[in-house]
Design a protein around this ligand. Structure first.
Ligand code: UT7
Length: 351
């Protein structure tokens, strides 16, 4: 059997911090409401020098350094994003141009669920034997598409990128199971209109179609609570594990109440649930890999740990997977030695 171990991870967020206190001056909201309804205290917002590409490249370099590899070692780059810097060409090609190397490169579009979709795609290439080393990135700069006069959305989102290097292993490491789904009919509950190739019905109408995120928060909330718990539970079962075998839940960081509901469904205590949305808000496709990279950097993940990744978002789409952490079975003895010596336990690139 060939598996696809995660051998390196990294993250990057913009320097600019946007606090709840600042939002209080922009819209009719307050810190108490935001914290009690979402758990978010601050988020990072891309500045003029930041882009989906620049954040992706920083995260990718950190992941490669963690794995002890260079861009030339990578054979495929998959980027999950719904905010590419350009529509033509792919974000993955823009990242490859900055990183160097000659890896195949393409994007996966599944909004906030995108990283788990992309990890599934990248892992399949490794498991099937087409490639040995793949770079998977989740990156978004959604704040470029946020209306900062709309209090129902502007409090939620932040920007960032997270990256993982996956490599062939002969031991059960990396993604052990995946559950993916979509309810396209629910697209109207979370979307950005006027931002694509469709021709508007009337040219006069076009200026009124704002490219800002539109969201029916309550509908998305109900959907999220249902699919996060169900998908995570199904992924655990598909991996042949029980809830007791799970060492950590790494959920999409959208709302602490949604995360709590998913944790309850898996009967996991609070200390086994990774939450960092208080500092980053909802970073869309970047949220799961940022959380994973932080957990690794904080020494919270051990060889052989079983992790549940689960995400939901625009589509409406969702995805969950069980990942077994560690580098056992990767034919690079120096990798285990680096980990053993505590070298680069992980890198969190906040520059
Ligand atoms: O990656 C996926 C991205 N999307 C999501 O994850 C969204 C999921 N949904 C949610 O997280 C929640 O629905 C929200 C946080 C967006 C909203 O929380 P809620 O508990 O569902 O609030 P609500 O929409 O039911 O609004 C309750 C009240 C309303 O006032 P009235 O009608 O009761 O007077 C809103 O107008 O809260 C008001 N409100 C606010 N008040 C202060 C809405 N936004 C704000 C705000 N500050 N920022």
């Amino acid at each position: 059997m060939r598996y696809a171990a995660i051998t390196g991870c990294g993250m990057a967020v913009p320097d600019r911090v946007l606090t709840n206190a600042e939002l209080e001056k922009m819209v009719d909201t307050n810190d108490e409401w935001i914290v009690s309804r979402t758990g978010i205290r601050e988020r990072r917002v891309a500045g003029p020098a930041d882009s989906t590409t620049s954040l992706s490249v920083k995260a990718a370099r950190a992941a490669l350094a963690h794995a002890g590899l260079t861009p030339d070692d990578i054979q495929l780059i998959v980027v999950a994003t719904c905010t590419p810097d350009q529509f033509i060409v792919s974000e993955a090609c823009l990242v490859q141009a900055e990183l160097g190397g000659s890896a195949a490169a393409f994007d996966v579009g599944a909004a906030c669920s995108g990283f788990v979709y992309a990890l599934t795609v990248g892992s399949m290439f490794v498991q099937q034997g087409l490639y040995d080393r793949v770079l998977v990135i989740g990156a978004d700069t959604l704040t470029r598409f946020i209306d900062y006069t709309d209090r129902s959305t502007c409090i939620l989102f932040g920007d960032g990128a997270g990256a993982m290097v996956i490599e062939a292993s002969d031991q059960p490491r990396g993604l052990l199971s995946t559950v993916m789904g979509a309810d396209g009919g629910g697209n109207k509950h979370l979307y950005a209109p006027g931002w694509g190739a469709i021709v508007p019905e009337s040219a006069e109408l076009f200026p009124e179609i704002r490219p800002y995120m539109q969201m029916n928060g309550q509908e998305v909330f109900r959907f999220a609570v249902r699919v996060m718990g169900d998908a995570a539970a199904e992924a655990v079962q598909k991996a042949g594990l029980s809830f007791d075998d799970i060492d950590m839940l790494i959920p999409h960081q959208a709302n602490s109440r949604i995360i709590d509901a998913a944790a309850r469904r898996l009967a996991l205590p609070r200390e086994k649930v990774l939450v960092n949305l208080d500092r980053y808000g909802n970073t869309s496709a970047a949220s799961v890999p940022i959380a994973l990279a932080e957990a690794s950097g904080q020494g919270k993940l051990n060889e052989g740990d079983n992790l549940v990744l689960v995400a939901f978002g625009a589509g409406l789409a969702w995805a969950a997977g069980v990942v077994r952490w560690g580098v056992a079975g990767v034919p690079r003895p120096e990798l285990a030695a680096r980990r053993g010596a505590g070298v680069l336990a992980a890198i969190s690139d906040g520059d």
